[in-house]
Design a protein around this ligand. Structure first.
Ligand SMILES: [Zn+2]
Ligand SMILES: [Zn+2]
Length: 365
């Protein structure tokens, strides 16, 4: 995989240092030297080229490459820019110039990339089958979106725009085991298309229809009751919002009248998930209220308490697709990763991409 790292940062100079294994350094097509653990190499942008800083005289190239000589070789990336921390990534690196800044592409083995993603996306979940679900979802995403950054000359970026990928795996060998044991496995829908495996932290006890969040429905996503997450950490929350800011927002954005406020606005209940606040004809999507008042989810009820609107909510996140806390609970209770995936996504199958899909697709990987 080719991953654009530090993609959102404007980096013009960086220091690279092997933290494991060793690397061969190339400038364009010529071999420069072997770089060992602890040695530091500094590179900066120079117009449309990249410049290798060396004691015996700096040299410019179109492209500089670090090619690993051993399995699990890793490089420490230390950008010379304030407030950006160093990161360690496995495998190779290609540096070029783009728009007067460095373009850093981590050329990484798929399984090493997925291990880094699963760790970066967080979620403690110490259960192997939980990590396996994460592994097949991340692999499915990576393969489905491998052309997303074609104009940037890499496949996916390291931010939440694609999948968070902020470091190599360090935390637990179970992640690597989960990635290995699901090697090549992806999630497909009834038509054998790779699915977009949406997930959020906690659905609050009922997953959300995709259309409530994005105005578009997805065939393998439907709303259903999830009892696996209701006793967990993020199952419920309460937030107070001042009555005046709540009403000002509704009057300004939705022309809600005083009469409507007095008669219908409070004592709003969601036994089942709804898409709109109060009444569809008022046209106030719950997602707008979530965004404006920074609520943890759209699955909430309201009542008045003096000058405050008390918002009592369930769950954390959009609630569409897989519920992480529910999935963790399922894994803890002995469900397999395949069962967990098929619980949260309707009529999907886990298949081996390389055996069943790769040769049927134009262009392959
Ligand atoms: Zn991206
Ligand atoms: Zn849930």
């Amino acid at each position: 995989m080719r991953i654009g790292v530090f993609h959102s940062k404007k980096i013009s100079r960086i220091t690279l240092q092997p933290s494991a294994g060793e690397y061969n350094l190339f400038g364009d097509t010529s071999f420069i030297r072997t770089v060992l653990v602890g040695e530091k190499i500094s590179i900066k942008v120079s117009g449309s080229n990249v410049l290798l800083e060396q004691a015996g005289g700096s040299k410019t190239f179109k492209k500089i490459k670090f090619v690993p000589r051993k399995n699990h070789s890793a490089l420490k990336y230390s950008p010379s820019i304030s407030n950006v921390k160093s990161r360690i990534y496995e495998d190779g690196l290609e540096l070029t110039a783009a728009k007067s800044r460095l373009r850093l592409v981590n050329i990484v083995d798929m399984e090493n990339y997925l291990s880094g993603v699963i760790e970066s996306e967080g979620g403690g979940g110490k259960y192997l089958d939980y990590y396996k679900v994460q592994a097949i979802m991340s692999r499915t995403y990576a393969l489905k979106n491998k052309k997303r950054h074609r104009k940037d000359k890499f496949q996916v970026c390291d931010g939440v725009h694609c999948q968070a990928y902020h470091k190599k795996l360090t935390h637990t060998s179970k992640i690597r085991q989960a990635v290995k044991e699901t090697k090549g496995e992806v999630l497909v829908d009834v038509k054998n298309n790779l699915v977009t495996s949406y997930f959020s932290a906690n659905c609050g006890g009922q997953t959300c229809d995709a259309s409530y969040v994005w105005n578009t429905s997805v065939s393998y996503i439907e709303s259903f009751v999830d009892t696996f997450c209701i006793h967990t950490r993020q199952a419920t929350w309460t937030k107070k919002v001042s009555k005046s800011s709540w009403e000002t927002f509704l009057k300004k954005e939705y022309n809600v009248t005083e009469y409507q406020i007095g008669n219908l606005l409070y004592n709003f209940e969601q036994e089942q998930r709804k898409a709109f606040f109060i009444h569809p004809s008022l046209g106030i999507p719950l997602r707008d209220l979530r965004k404006k008042f920074r609520l943890k989810s759209i699955y909430f009820s309201t009542h008045l308490d003096g000058d405050n609107v008390v918002v009592e909510g369930r769950g954390f996140g959009h609630g569409v697709g897989l519920c992480q806390e529910g999935a963790m609970n399922m894994a803890e209770n002995g469900f397999s990763y395949d069962q967990i995936a098929r619980f949260y996504f309707k009529d999907v199958r886990v298949i081996n991409y390389y055996k069943e899909l790769y040769f049927k697709q134009k262009g392959g990987l």
